[in-house]
Ligand binder design. Structure first.
Ligand code: NAD
Length: 254
């Protein structure tokens, strides 16, 4: 049976682990040829190997999403490899340091901004340029967060950057809707990934405290976000654009 992104070329950033790896595997399962991109080459190649082992098609291209030259070249190399680009999942992100605003360093604020927000801007910019050059429909999804919709104590720099992702998503959706380019975001709640493990390691009390706020009684797992991102990229979501889809086990319903 054909998958929901059968024959499409999909690009996933931050795909060396966590949510990005799960999404890359789901894109491949659903029939896409996948460009796995990340800063980390070894773990990125591992994602490629997992996809190939399961019978899919994938290739690794290294890219730092905060650098315009890297992102432009990522899109160009994707087209060199697979002939076109149909879907992009802009997922690379960092947690930075969690502090109150008056203790947040300028470096921490800049780091969050560069990777989490400017990285998404650069990806959208060069992906849209490619869709327009191909004169074809395209679908872009970026990973925001529930921290892109509500405030969160001790996470001002991250919250600001993720709110920026939601704003970029709405604007891009409006600018390119008539070109058949759909632009959406996913807003994960708390998901068990290497990022979350790092945060719990740095602050052991955090895990129980956060679990107490989960209506479903557990944290999410990466495929629960990947499934949403791939669906938003698929033609099944053909009337969905400018949307920031919450996938959080009910956390923001309270
Ligand atoms: P992760 O740390 O497991 O994965 C993030 C990936 O991004 C890593 O492989 C890392 O190497 C890559 N990356 C970091 N900086 C990069 C850069 N400059 N260029 C290219 N790649 C880079 O984290 P995750 O939890 O899987 O996070 C994925 C996305 O989901 C992030 O945008 C994160 O902010 C977001 N998110 C995560 C959660 C959560 O609870 N885990 C919740 C909401 C949103």
């Amino acid at each position: 049976m054909a998958g929901i992104v059968q024959g499409k070329v999909a690009l996933v950033t931050g795909a060396a682990g966590g949510i990005g790896r799960a999404a890359a595997e789901i894109f491949a399962r659903e029939g896409a040829k996948v460009v796995v991109s990340d800063l980390q080459e070894d773990n990125g190649q591992e994602t490629v190997a997992l996809i190939k082992k399961a019978g899919g098609e994938a290739t690794f291209i290294r890219c730092d999403v905060s650098r315009a030259g890297d992102v432009e070249s990522l899109v160009a190399k994707t087209v060199e490899q697979y002939g076109r680009l149909d879907c992009a999942y802009n997922n690379a992100g960092v947690e930075g340091e969690w502090t109150r605003l008056h203790e947040c360093s300028e470096d921490n604020f800049d780091f969050n901004y560069r990777v989490n927000m400017k990285g998404v801007f650069l990806c959208i910019k060069y992906q849209v340029t490619q869709f327009l050059a191909q004169n074809s429909p395209g679908a872009i999804v970026s990973t925001a967060s529930i921290a892109g919709l509500v405030g969160s104590k001790n996470a001002g720099a991250y919250v600001a950057a993720k709110h920026g992702v939601v704003g970029l998503t709405k604007t891009a959706a409006l600018e390119y809707a008539r070109k058949n380019i759909r632009v959406n975001a996913v807003c994960p709640g708390v998901i068990r990934t290497p990022m979350l493990e790092r945060m719990f390691e740095a602050n052991p009390k955090m895990e129980d405290a956060m679990l107490g706020f989960e209506p479903i009684g557990r944290f999410g797992v990466p495929p629960e976000i990947g499934e949403a991102a791939v669906w938003l990229c698929s033609d099944q979501a053909s009337f969905v654009t400018g949307h920031s889809m919450v996938v959080d086990g009910g956390a923001t319903a309270c």
